[in-house]
Structure formats: structure tokens, C-alpha cells
Ligand binder design. Structure first.
Ligand code: PAF
Length: 283
């Protein structure tokens, strides 16, 4: 695997593959790679001739500077994992390389980027669109792979791809879970062993809510999930929304949309660590 740190070198390396008619897969990451990322990389390797993995802790998507500062940085281990997954190129640029000037572009895709994470983390999805659009421009991938754990992020990126008229295919990949059911996340490494066990309660409750929802309303199901998670002393729900899986607008009835998903954000422990997850009720 080749590690590249400049945009010019990346473009030059990829133009050789493109001229030879090779397909290119892109897996955008912020590093601190785990089995969830590895599953995206393996899928890209299986479906494309060349796989590029970007490792860039994008400052413009962090509205909370403490969150950015404590985000794990593990470049050496990341490159080892990518090598083992047979990625072809790791693109690990500096902040100066990506943002020599502040990025003043503004992306807006209501209601998708305004609800849930969008409402609690102002500017977050604008920052995601800034970096992902740049990566799409540098790499010009045929396919780009994103984990469904960040369910809302995929919906926003799809809107951006339509808006910019890009030809690439967005490939959503299933959440990879620990044995306990906890969704794999780079943030899990910040949890103490006690918090780690507590965090597993989130998905447990989401699963309990599936049979509950069969004979209860949307409002009752929302309350059931919030109460059952908040009953755990280490956990506090920031929001639980049951939404149309395509537009992400809130639903009031189970008949309101063909795809219905519950999206949750929970604070875990005393630091606290912010964890997200989701579950499909319909479609
Ligand atoms: O999902 C992430 O890790 C990031 O939001 C992404 C897509 C790599 C953009 O920085």
C-alpha cells in the first residue's frame, strides 16, 4: 500500500489507473480505524480495481473543539490495518494541504441536514459536505463507501451528490457491532470498561423496541426507548427520533412512510462520550 500526503501526488497516481480503465473505490475516514472501517475497505477492494482510503480528521465538521482534541489519532495502526485489508492508497494529508484557505462554501439540504445531528451540531454537515466534496473531486471515484452507523450522514451526502450532479455511486454498508451489540465507533476506545458495558444497553433497548412498536404508537415507542435507556445510571439520551428513512422528517404514525428508522444519540459516562445508533422499524 502506498501512503500519499499531497493532492497533486494523489491525482497523478490515480490518473494512471483511470487511463488504464480501472475502477476506483473511495473510503473516506477520519482515522482511528476499527473493524467497521475494515468492512468498508474490504468491500471496496472486492468491488473495485483500486481502493483509496482517506485518513483526515476534518476540523470543519467539529463544532465542539474538545471533541476534536480528544478524537483518537492512530495513524501507524491505521496504515497497518489498511495494508492487511489490501487497500491500494492511504491518503493522509495535513490540514494545511486540504484547507490552505478557509472553505467558505455553504451546503444546505433541508430538512435532511437540519434535524437530529444537524440541529444539535450546527455546521457539522456543512463541514462533512466540504471535505467529502473535496475528496470526491481529488479521487473521482466510481463508488464511495460509508457506514450506515452514520445514517443521517449518508442521507445528507446523497443529497449533495444529486445537487452537484456527481456520477459516483454511494454504497451504504451495514453497521458492524461488537459482540455485545454496541455499534463499532472510534469513540468506543474513549470509554472505560464500565462505560463500555453500559453503552451496550443502547442497542439492547433499540431491539426491545421492535416488538414493542408492533402494538404501540410512535409516541409510545419513543417514550419507551428514552425511559429504558435513561434508567441506566451511566446513560442519558440526548434525542431519540423516529423518522422517515428517506427524508429524515419525523413521523407521527407507522403508516406515514415506507421506510421508518429510529435514530438515537446518547451521552455515556462522566466525560461524557456521545454515541449514536439507529434501528429500522419498517422497510
Ligand atoms: O464518517 C466520517 O468518518 C466522516 O464524517 C467523513 C465522512 C470521513 C468525513 O470527514
Amino acid at each position: 500500500m502506498k501512503t500519499i500526503i499531497t493532492i497533486n501526488e494523489l491525482r497523478a497516481a490515480l490518473s494512471v489507473f483511470r487511463e488504464a480503465g480501472k475502477t476506483i473505490g473511495l473510503v473516506p475516514t477520519m482515522g482511528a480505524l476499527h473493524e467497521g472501517h475494515a468492512s468498508l475497505v474490504r468491500r471496496s477492494v472486492a468491488e473495485n480495481d483500486v481502493t483509496v482510503v482517506s485518513i483526515f480528521l476534518n476540523p470543519t465538521q467539529f463544532n465542539d473543539k474538545n471533541d476534536l482534541e480528544r478524537y483518537p489519532r492512530t495513524l501507524e495502526a491505521d496504515c497497518q490495518l489498511l495494508d492487511a485489508c489490501h487497500a491500494d492508497i492511504a491518503f493522509a494529508p495535513s490540514v494545511q494541504e486540504i484547507y490552505p484557505e478557509p472553505d467558505t462554501r455553504h451546503f444546505s439540504y433541508p430538512p435532511t441536514d437540519e434535524v437530529m445531528e444537524g440541529a444539535r451540531r450546527p455546521g457539522h454537515f456543512n463541514g462533512v459536505c466540504q471535505i467529502v466534496s473535496k475528496l470526491f473531486d481529488y479521487v473521482q471515484p466510481d463508488r464511495a463507501y460509508f457506514g450506515e452507523k452514520d445514517f443521517q450522514q449518508i442521507a445528507v451526502i446523497r443529497r449533495m451528490v444529486d445537487d452537484l450532479g456527481l456520477k459516483l455511486q454511494i454504497v451504504p454498508c451495514p453497521v458492524v457491532r461488537e459482540e455485545s451489540g454496541l455499534a463499532r465507533s472510534s469513540r468506543n476506545s474513549l470509554l472505560s470498561p464500565l462505560e463500555h458495558r453500559a453503552a451496550a444497553h443502547i442497542y439492547r433497548v433499540l431491539q426491545w423496541s421492535l416488538p414493542f412498536a408492533e402494538d404501540h404508537s410512535v409516541a409510545q415507542t419513543l417514550q419507551f426507548v428514552v425511559d429504558a435507556i435513561n434508567a441506566h445510571p451511566e446513560l442519558e439520551v440526548e434525542y431519540y427520533s423516529i423518522v422517515d428513512g428517506d427524508t429524515l422528517a419525523d413521523v407521527n404514525e407507522w403508516t406515514d412512510a415506507p421506510h421508518i428508522v429510529g435514530c438515537i444519540t446518547v451521552y455515556c459516562g462522566s466525560k461524557p462520550i456521545r454515541l449514536i445508533d439507529h434501528i429500522r422499524y419498517k422497510g
